[in-house]
Design a protein around this ligand. Structure first.
Ligand SMILES: *Cc1c(COP(=O)(O)O)cnc(C)c1O
Length: 360
């Protein structure tokens, strides 16, 4: 059996050492020493000024919307994980979907302005598969119309644009550290902003809005994370360069083996580094996708239609809307297995099967 993804796990002995220390200290959560250490190490690794470790990537988006005081309409992408849209609705705002660019699969910056109304307060866009949005164009539009910008960077760990972390763009960027992501702490996420006041506000908000003994400065929730999760994050950070290297190798091998497949890959931002978080392919037709997926399923090789269907056409709490590029791409895109333990032999097998099905 070959799953579509598998979480990276460091040697268990290393995790046990952390557990022993946690047991001795008896400090399990609430901004403990490991959580603080993780924040420091992540800032160092990603070269960021400010970062807050939180419960997960969804709470990170919710906190971002709340902290910016967003109201009314938020322009967003229909081609993302459900948490991008649901967070907008959860925070009492209305998502306004703008179609994606057919090459990058990120929100089409050329179509944003026509979606702006007097009720628009922000743009919330996803760096899909880690491929950065057109951050320069989005910044220009946001300035012109006085909008805030949030990036859902759940896929974008480690990506840089011209040597600068992708998380530095926008008013706030968020990331997920869920077990299925490139870099994880089992459950977890973080929030990045370059605005020190905003950071302070979010730091209170993630801790029930508590600002001191017996005092509250904000409306808050429980967005803290635990020492056990921080320990996993700290350990995995030691392996991130190996993880990256391995995924690069697998990606390049796939690229070579699938040269003759009737499919294309999303086109990556020209000035951005790659993080190899996913291996998505856009097949020539949905028919070919279904044929390939079925055959691979029979062979216990699991792929994922990620993201399908479009968020704009499938959520029961949203008025259904069709967006031509998103609808078309979401029907034809498939993510192939990609994880640290995957072997070149397995990739070889997957690719041979795929080509055989195509040519049948
Ligand atoms: C995983 C993911 C999230 C949610 O992160 P969690 O840590 O699972 O809450 C949000 N947006 C995107 C694009 C994701 O892939």
């Amino acid at each position: 059996m070959i799953p579509v993804t598998k979480p990276f796990l460091p040697p268990v002995e290393e995790y046990k050492k952390y557990i022993d220390r946690i047991w001795r200290r008896q400090w399990l959560t609430n901004m403990g020493p490991l959580a603080s250490d993780l924040e420091m190490k992540l800032k160092e690794y990603l070269e960021l000024k400010h970062l807050l470790f939180v419960t997960n990537g969804t709470v990170a988006i919710q906190l971002a919307i709340k902290a910016l005081g967003l109201k009314g309409e938020i322009i967003t992408t229909p081609f993302s994980f459900v948490a991008t849209t649901s967070s907008i609705v959860w925070e009492g705002c209305s998502p306004v979907f703008v179609d994606i660019d057919k090459n990058t699969l990120c929100i089409d910056s050329l179509k944003i302005e026509e979606a702006i109304t007097e009720n628009t307060s922000a743009i919330l866009a996803t760096h899909v598969y880690g491929n950065p949005c057109d951050v320069i164009a989005i910044e220009r539009i946001a300035r012109k119309h006085n909008l805030r910008v949030i990036y859902d960077g759940a896929h974008a760990f480690g990506v840089e644009i011209n040597g600068k972390s992708v998380f530095e763009f926008g008013d706030i960027s968020t990331c997920s550290m869920h077990a299925t992501k490139l870099y994880h702490s089992i459950e977890g996420g973080f929030i990045v902003t370059n605005n020190a006041d905003l950071l302070k506000k979010i730091a209170f908000m993630r801790n029930f809005g508590i600002s001191g003994f017996d005092s509250f400065s904000e409306l808050g929730l429980n967005g803290k994370n635990s020492e056990l999760h921080a320990a996993m994050g700290l350990l995995n950070l030691n392996y991130i360069d190996n993880i990256h290297q391995k995924r690069k190798e697998l990606t390049e091998y796939y690229d070579e083996k699938l040269k003759f497949l009737r499919a294309v890959k999303p086109i990556w931002h020209a000035e951005a580094s790659l993080n190899f978080a996913y291996y998505p392919i856009i097949l020539e037709s949905e028919e070919l996708l279904l044929k390939i997926k079925k055959e691979l399923d029979i062979n216990e090789i699991f792929t994922r239609r990620y993201f399908y269907p479009s968020l704009a056409s499938s959520l029961p709490y949203i008025e259904k809307q069709s967006l031509s590029v998103t609808d078309d791409i979401s029907k034809r895109i498939l993510c192939l297995p990609l994880y640290y333990e995957l072997s070149l032999e397995e990739v070889d097998l997957i690719c041979r099967l795929m080509l055989r099905i195509q040519n049948n």
